[in-house]
Every structure is written in C-alpha cells, then in structure tokens.
Write a protein that binds this ligand. Structure first.
Ligand code: ADP
Length: 497
C-alpha cells in the first residue's frame, strides 16, 4: 500500500466535486446547494467537498426510506434474498479493499496498516455475518394456558431506522449499523460524521451496485446539530441507533421523545485496564500500549485508566513510556506509521487541553504531552502521552479524553482496585492482566462493564455482543443480541374453537 493507491483514490472516488448524497437510489446535491470540506488530517489539505445535508435533505431521505419500507420491492423480498444482497456487498467491498483502506486513512488519519488489516476486513466480515442472520429470525410458539388457542410470535422489522455514526472507525461503524438493520428488513437513513464522510458514501456506491432497491439505504452527510438533530427528532423515523459521545447521546434521547422512537446508544468510556503483579508483564505492557494508543487513542474502549499493582508500577510505567517513545508518528498513508494524526484541529486542541488540565491539577508527564509540528508532519499530530502522579479525582482520570493519553494509577489489592475501577459514570470496557485464574474470574464478574478482556484488549468480532453499562449506552451491537434492537415481536393468537 503506497501513495500510488492514495493518488488513485484521489483521482477516482474524489473525482466528483462535490461528492453527492444518496437519497432514494439517486446521487443528489443538497437542497440548499451547500457543501462542506472534508480534510486530510495528516496534511490539513481539503480532500473533497461534500454535499451538506440539512433538515430538508433528511426529510427527503426519510420519505424515500419510508416508501422503500412500505411499498418497494424490499418488503416482498425473501430473507435469503436480503442475505444474498448483504453477502454481495461484502464481496464488492472485499474486491475494493485497497481503495477503501486508502480512503479511510486519507479521511480519518489512521495508519494504513490498521485500515487494511483491521477496518476493511472486519467490515467485510460484519456484512457476511449478518447476511447469515437474515434467514434465521425465528419466532416462537407459545404454550399458553388458555384452551383452544394457538399462539405464536413473529419477528418484524421496526421500519425506518436513523443511524448516526462517529469518525473514529467510519467504515466499520457504518457496517455495525447497516448490516443488522438490513438483515432484519428495515430501511435506513445513515448520517456519517462530518469529519469522515467519504468511506460511507463510497460504500453507498457499492450498495447501489450490489442491487439493493432504491431508498433502502440513504446516506446523508452533514453536521450533527443540523442533519443529525433533524434525524433524531424526525416523527417518521421509528428508531435511532447512535454511536458517539455521551453528551450527544443525551441529546439524542431528548430529541427522540417526540414520537418515542426506539433508541440504542453506544457512548463514551473511561475504561480501566488493570495489571496484577502475577501477569506476564511483557504482554501486559504491550497490551497496555495497544489499549491506549491504537487509533491514536480515539477509541471508545481505550484503556485510558491504567491501574498497576504497586510492586510492578515503576517497571510497567517505564516500559510503557519506552514503547510510546518508539512509536513512529507519521502520515497514516505511510505503511511504517504506528500513530497517525488526530482527526481534526478541534480534537487535537481538546486533547491538548486535557494535557494542560492534568499538569495544572498536579499530575506529571512521563512522556509526550505535546503536539508534533514539523515540515513533514503539518497535520494534527501529537506524541503518545503517559501521566504519572495522578489522583482518581482529577479530570484526566475521570473524563473521556479520546486521544493518546493514559493515566497510570498504582493500586494495592484486588478489592481496592475493583472499587476504584468501577467508580466511573462509564461502563463500556475493562482489561485485566493476570495469570491467577481466580483473580481473572473475580474481576470479570465484579467489573461493571459491557466487555471485559482478560490478558488481551480491544478484541472485536461480529459474533460477540458489544455495548455499555451505565452512561456508556443502551442496547448491544453485534452477535445475535443486536437483532433485538432491529426487530419487534408480534404475538398472534388464533382461536381454534
Ligand atoms: P465527537 O464529539 O467525538 O465528534 P459526537 O458525539 O459529537 O462525537 O459525534 C458523533 C456523531 O453524532 C456525528 O455523526 C455527529 O455529527 C453527530 N451529532 C453531533 N451532535 C448531534 C446532535 N445534536 N444530534 C444528532 N447528532 C449529532
């Protein structure tokens, strides 16, 4: 993967100026004619102008999705036909893997090795996994206690689903939302994040090519306060699925109240990653590095609170700092880069603001803590950062930073660390490093988090449910758990007398 692929992506998909939105099977400009720029965060250059959807465009997209749900070919298609379309989409994506990896890297900044080795294949797999579920949505027969009744359930789609996704894994997030919704027979209006709309829109082209009927998938790029808010509040949308910050999640719940649409939310985190003294420290330190610095720390499950037993604290913190210093910071498109730029100027400022707040509150920077700005690295780069001398009450130890910043916190015993790890408004993920099976199971059951990784971190699979406890969200994505979020149960009673 080289700059050649990047150049060819720029001259093929980015040929259109502006990139249009997908409504009712047509590629259209926004009603207002407005566009917005999407930036390459490695260079700060404009990659493309993109049609800027607002409430009128959301109205058109919802109307198209409603029509496709009620009267198009879609509701008449058999489950296996729906499954085949999803499988075909996976094949098309796989055939364009290099292009999608390059486009994702250009728009988001992430190292190409991860886009190519992770984002794209995991997205392909996601569509394939849910292609299989389309034909397996079974109801039940219910043994009611009333004589002469035959009672059974049907699992039906919800209708028009609005989906709002973030910028950290733009393509994967699109697949987490689209694949189960479509497998269950819903129609969709998807709003990608304004920072990273390109892979979702290119996926829209493949969705058309695969043969999904018009209006089944509509993709409206635009800003959160306009397009996103209009979608969340729309009276003809039956469900909203949102991934993003807890702050915006709260707004989505409020906006959805008008027609009491169903809501699922995958929100923020401040995940504890806990290293016990009996852990295999070589793996644990490397695991702690990946847990926080993968994707520039812009991961909702980032292991941002690193609890380390006091007996190995110095060793782990210095090992982690050494790893951080060795990471190659560079444009994502360079195959050698380990750490790309943050997604935007705004995000860089936000994260550096947290670094300042940490210093101000008395924490010490072990390594990093600053922007990297050289002639070669003109974008939004910063050094991976490790904080020591941190108190649990500090903002850097409580709030989601969403950047390559970890706070190291020493602990004394199992009971104490469990209480401290759980003392958070969030409950998305947690990590435990130990070779003691009793500690592993005890922690797995005690930690209040939707996923607990033991001697590993940031593992995801289409088959494994994912979602948050507490203010990290409602509902689960992936696995068969997500099917509940995109279907509703109808109970049918037949009198047999
Ligand atoms: P971040 O702060 O990391 O950018 P956000 O939660 O703000 O994450 O954004 C996630 C998604 O939510 C994006 O697609 C964004 O456009 C959208 N969004 C932001 N504000 C709103 C809002 N008020 N209503 C609906 N969607 C929103």
């Amino acid at each position: 993967m080289t700059t050649n692929t990047a150049n060819s992506v720029q001259s093929t998909f980015l040929r259109q100026q502006p990139v249009k939105m997908l409504i009712g099977g047509q590629w259209v400009e926004s009603t207002s004619g407005k566009t917005f720029a999407t930036i390459n965060p490695a260079t700060t250059e404009v990659l493309a102008q993109v049609a800027e959807g607002e409430s009128e465009d959301i109205n058109r997209a919802v109307a198209a999705a409603r029509k496709a749900f009620e009267s198009g070919p879609w509701p008449k298609m058999t489950p296996s036909q729906r499954g085949r379309l999803l499988w075909k989409l996976a094949d098309l994506l796989e055939a364009h893997a290099e292009e999608f990896a390059a486009l994702e890297t250009l728009d988001n900044g992430k190292p190409i090795k991860y886009a190519k080795g992770g984002d794209v294949p995991l997205t392909v797999d996601h569509f394939r996994y849910f292609a299989g579920w389309a034909s397996k949505l079974e109801g039940e027969t219910i043994p009611v206690s009333i004589p002469n009744m035959f009672t059974y359930t049907l699992r039906e789609p919800l209708g028009v689903v609005g989906q709002i996704i973030p910028w950290n894994f733009p393509l994967q997030m699109a697949s987490w939302k689209l694949a189960p919704a479509l497998a269950c027979g819903n129609t969709v209006v998807l709003k990608p994040a304004e920072q990273t709309p390109l892979t979702a829109l290119r996926l829209g082209e493949l969705i058309c090519e695969a043969g999904f009927p018009d209006g089944v998938v509509n993709i409206v790029p635009g800003f959160g306060e306009t397009a996103g808010a209009a979608l969340a509040a729309h009276p003809d949308v039956d469900k909203i699925a949102f991934t993003g910050s807890t702050e915006v999640g709260r707004k989505i719940v409020q906006a959805s109240a008008g027609n009491l649409k169903k809501v699922t939310l995958e929100l923020g985190g401040k995940s504890p990653n806990i290293i016990f003294p009996d852990a295999d420290l070589k793996y644990a330190v490397r695991g702690a590095m990946n847990a926080i610095f993968f994707n520039q720390g812009q991961v909702c499950t980032a292991g941002s609170r690193l609890f380390v037993h006091q007996s190995v604290y110095e060793q782990v913190v210095s090992g982690l700092a050494e790893y951080a210093q060795k990471m190659k910071i560079g444009a994502g498109i360079d195959p050698a880069s380990d750490l790309g730029p943050l997604v935007s100027q705004e995000q860089l400022e936000r994260v550096l603001g947290y670094v300042e707040s940490g210093k101000h509150e008395g924490a010490s920077v072990v390594t990093g803590g600053e922007r990297v700005a050289t002639q070669d690295l003109a974008g939004y780069f910063m050094r991976p950062t490790v904080f020591d001398d941190v108190q649990d009450e500090m903002r850097i130890a409580r709030e989601e930073i969403f950047g390559p910043v970890v706070v190291a916190l020493p602990f004394e015993n199992v009971e104490e660390v469990a209480v401290r790890a759980n003392a958070s408004i969030y409950g998305l993920a947690a990590g435990v490093w130990t070779s003691d099976v009793k500690i592993a199971h005890k922690m797995a059951s005690t930690l209040k988090a939707g996923v607990v990784w033991v001697n590993t971190y940031n593992m995801f699979d289409a088959a494994a449910p994912f979602g948050g406890y507490k203010q990290s969200g409602y509902g689960r994505e992936m696995g068969h758990a997500v099917l509940d979020a995109y279907t509703q149960t109808k109970t049918v009673w037949m009198g047999l007398r």
